[in-house]
Every structure is written in C-alpha cells, then in structure tokens.
Design a protein around this ligand. Structure first.
Ligand code: FAD
Length: 466
C-alpha cells in the first residue's frame, strides 16, 4: 500500500524544506523529496553557504596579510587551500544535517530520490539504485530550484570550464581566471580567487556590472573592485572557448569589433541559471511552463492544476534563497486555509564581497521610468565614526523617498555590513515608513547603522556629520 500524505514537497532547498516544515507546523501530514545526497538545495550545498564561507575565509587571508600596515606583526602568512576547503565543507555539512534534524523534529517524512509525477495524486520516488516508491498526495508543491546555464555549445567540465559549483572547489589557486558574466555570483567567486592570488578578468557583454542594480552603486562597486585588482572587459561578447588539458582561451569581440583572446587556467561561466523541471515528468499532469520554461503560477503559487503549486527559483522572480523561503511559507499557509503573502517590493538583494552591496525597493532608474518624483538622501561611510575607527570607510548609503509623502521607496548601500544594515530599511518599508521615521529613530553610537540614519536625515538636507 502506498503511503498517503496531505502535502508532498518536491525539492529540499530553502523553498522546499521551509515549506515542508511550515505545512507540518500547520498540522498537515507532509513529505519532502530531495534527489541530492543532502538537504538544503543549491543554497546550502553549492550556493549561498559555501560561497559565503569562502568569501569570509579569503577575506580573512587577505586581511591578515595586510595587518602589519596597522601595527600587527604576525610573520609569514601561508595559504593551505585544502584545509580552507575542508572548513567550507564542514560549514555545509553542519547546516545540511541541521535541516535533516529540523524535518525530523517537525515530523516531515524525508524521501531521498528523484520525485516525479505519475498522476496528479501519485508521486514516484526513484532512489540512486533505481528502486521506486510511490506515494499518494492531496497537494504537491514543486520546489525543484534552478541549475547553472552555460554559453551555447560550451559544456562545463568543472575542471577548466567551471560553473559556480566548480568554482567552489578549485584544488589549486589558478594563475589566471576568466569570469564570464558580471553578475553577483561571478563577482563573488571572482573576489574569492582574486584574494587568494589569482589574476581575475571579468568579461561582460553589457556596459555595466550587476544589471538591474541602482546605477550609482553599480559604478562605485566596479570602481572598488578595480582598485582591488579585478580587471574588467565590458561590452565584450564571448565567441568561443577553446581548451586543452590545462588551459583555456576565451575569444571575444568587443563593441568596436576588435577581437581579443584571453588565455587562462580556468573559466567561470556565470551567465545565469535556468529552472530545473526536467526530471518532474510534468507532461503527465499537464503543468504549464512560461516562455522561460519556469513553472507558471498565479499569485497564490497555484499552477494551472488545482492541487499543484510551485515556489522558489523554479517560478518567476529573483533567484534568491530568502525569496524561495518566504514563498514556501506563504504557499503552506494558503494550502492550510490562511492568507500567505509575499511582498515583492521589499525583497533585499545582497552581494557578499568586501565591501558588501545591498539593495531593496526601487532604483533611481526605475523611479525615473515610473515618473515618480523622489528625493535622495546619501551618506558616506567616510564620515561614519565606527567605519573611521576601524578603517573601513569605503562606500555609502543612499535612500530614495517619495518627494511628496517622504515614504521610503528604495535603499541602496555599498559598504561595511551593508547586508545586515539593509534589514532595518526592509522593516521600515514593510511598515510604510517615511525617511523621517528612520531619521528620528535613535541609533546606537558608534555603529555603521548611524550611516543609515544620516542618509535618512540627508533626504531633507539635514545630515549632521557631512
Ligand atoms: C554560487 C551561488 C551563490 C548564491 N548565493 C546566494 C546568496 O548569497 N543569497 C541568496 O539569497 N541566494 C543565493 N544563491 C541563490 C540560491 O541558492 C537560490 O535562489 C535558492 O537555493 C533557491 O531555492 P529553491 O528552494 O527554489 O531551489 P534549490 O535550492 O535549487 O533547491 C531545489 C532542490 O530540488 C532538488 N530537486 C530538483 N529536482 C528534483 C526532483 N525531481 N526530485 C527531488 N529533488 C529534486 C535539487 O536537487 C535541489 O536540491 C546563490 C546561488 C549560487 C549558485
């Protein structure tokens, strides 16, 4: 007899496992199916967590090398890359095991294997030995995430031609690395390998890095990364990538028609990700996809089939772990008869380079396009006492507020701990706050968050420290 569930979640990433836990909390008999060896999805296994671990470790390596400039002498600093990788792997293992514990604690049944539809109420699970188990479900939530895409005709070998997954486990610091794509994943991984000693070249098709980001921040970000030694080749189109056993040549054509060859030891192709639906056998249930092959859903995350839902990277919207999580909670609450909801106007985006970049809400370019009158408040970390005290003064905070109502419409930060500071603005925006609300909130001294307060004051040209 096949086991029966009220809800089955396919995919154990941040969307899927969070959704499964919330469903179980709400009293539904729930299963979660994951095809990887460990839970946590892209985020915990080959995304957010290992990349942040390496960003932190490489930054520490870089900082320690420069401590003598600040009067701290510690002798020769050496890199032990395999130990560094083990430290990163440990962080991944601890967290993925933690998710397994959370599923157990919440009485979610965890099935390891590839889940696919047999019918609208039957899900097949095939384990690594091809043994099939079928379970019965009332509702199914597709949370199968996304996978990296390459350039046409170029395959990842994860030795010389790398996806982000390969870039997280390079065994020797490459002498020269080419990163194709100036988005956040390419820049984060480029930063890691640059700090560890590689000469990093970023090749970008567009005029600016981090497309969609507030232009002023994007330009400042590129300036800072250039100062750190990363080389940028903008408006270059990759034409071919040829490789032998130990090297590759990336051939490009620039906007003026000049041809260039970049010799390198490894190439990271970070030009985007695509929804992961291939193994689901969606034809069996007639679930519709959109023009980008994402699962099509309505605002309640329901597909064109009444009992099948989808969340996270596999549907429209920013490919971010916290967006997937919030959708997981919202869909679980909807299924349980509550009113789950995600506010897409307040989803922060963070790039964990040094300095960090964080952004929320509308950019200046979007406000112009919307013909919304806005005011700008800006404050530089150069004038922030905490930043000065620890000699970490690059970047600024920029707040955009409605010219008439003063409501905060967006905020864009580059600077120390920007990824943490953005949370304050997120809460303010959720409560419909004005820039004056932030400006009149007492912020501890000396903290980086005072730069947020001063930027809010600066919206009405009354910043104190600039
Ligand atoms: C290098 C890198 C760094 C990143 N850094 C950040 C960051 O700092 N912050 C951030 O917010 N986001 C980051 N992301 C993006 C983030 O990882 C994703 O947005 C997030 O993981 C999406 O969650 P998800 O649950 O939708 O899908 P996923 O995390 O992709 O999980 C889907 C899971 O479903 C499984 N699956 C697929 N098909 C089946 C099937 N048929 N049966 C069973 N299981 C299946 C997959 O194995 C996978 O584990 C990063 C991504 C990368 C690659």
């Amino acid at each position: 007899m096949s086991e029966k569930f009220q809800a089955v979640v396919i995919g154990g990433g941040p969307g899927g496992y969070v959704c499964a836990i919330r469903l179980a909390q709400l009293g539904l008999k729930t299963a979660c199916i994951e095809s990887r060896e460990s839970l946590g999805g892209t985020c915990l296994n080959v995304g957010c967590i290992p990349s942040k671990s390496l960003l932190n470790l490489s930054e520490e390596f870089h900082k320690v090398q420069n401590l003598s400039k600040k009067g701290i002498e510690i002798g020769e600093v050496k890199l032990n890359l395999s130990k560094m990788m083990k430290t990163k792997d440990k962080a991944v293992t601890v967290l993925t095991k933690g998710v397994e514990f959370l599923l157990k604690k919440n009485k979610v049944s965890y099935f390891k294997g590839v889940g696919s539809f047999k019918s609208k109420n039957e899900i097949s699970i095939k384990d690594s030995n091809n043994k099939e188990t079928t379970i019965i479900t009332e509702k199914t939530i597709i949370a199968t995430g996304s996978v990296p895409v390459s350039l046409p005709g170029i395959e990842f070998d994860e030795k010389i031609i790398l996806s982000s997954t390969g870039a997280l486990k390079i065994e020797q610091v490459p002498k020269k690395m080419v990163v194709v794509g100036g988005g956040y994943i390419g820049l984060e991984m480029g930063s890691v390998w640059s700090r560890l000693g590689a000469e990093v070249h970023v090749i970008e098709f567009l005029e600016n890095i981090t497309p969609g980001m507030d232009m002023e921040i994007s330009k400042e970000f590129m300036k800072i990364l250039k100062r750190q030694g990363i080389k940028f080749h903008m408006q270059h189109k990759v034409q071919t990538i040829k490789k032998n056993a130990s090297e590759a040549v990336v051939s490009t054509i620039d906007k003026d028609g000049n041809k260039n060859d970049f010799n390198c030891n490894v190439v990271l192709i970070s030009v985007g990700r695509k929804p992961n639906t291939e193994s689901l056998n969606l034809n069996a249930v007639g679930v519709e996809l959109d023009e980008k092959k994402r699962v099509k859903t309505d605002k309640n995350f329901k597909t064109n089939q009444d009992n099948i839902f989808a969340i996270g990277d596999v549907i429209t919207g920013p490919m971010l772990a916290h967006k997937a999580e919030d959708e997981g909670i919202a869909v679980a609450e909807n299924i349980a008869g509550q009113s789950g909801h995600v506010n897409y106007d307040t989803i922060p985006g963070v790039i964990y380079t040094t300095p960090e970049v964080a952004t929320i809400g509308k950019t200046e370019e979007q406000l112009k396009e919307m013909k919304t009158d806005y005011k700008i408040g800006k404050f530089s970390f150069m004038a922030n006492s905490r930043a000065k005290a620890i000699d970490d003064t690059e970047g600024f905070v920029k707040i955009l507020a409605d010219a008439k109502t003063d409501k905060v419409l967006g905020a864009h930060l580059i600077g120390p701990h920007a990824g943490e500071l953005i949370a304050e603005i997120g809460i303010a925006m959720e409560f419909g706050a004005s820039s004056e609300d932030i400006a009149r909130t007492c912020h501890a001294h000396p903290t980086f968050s005072e730069a947020v307060k001063e930027a809010a004051l600066s919206v009405d040209k009354r910043a104190i420290h600039s």
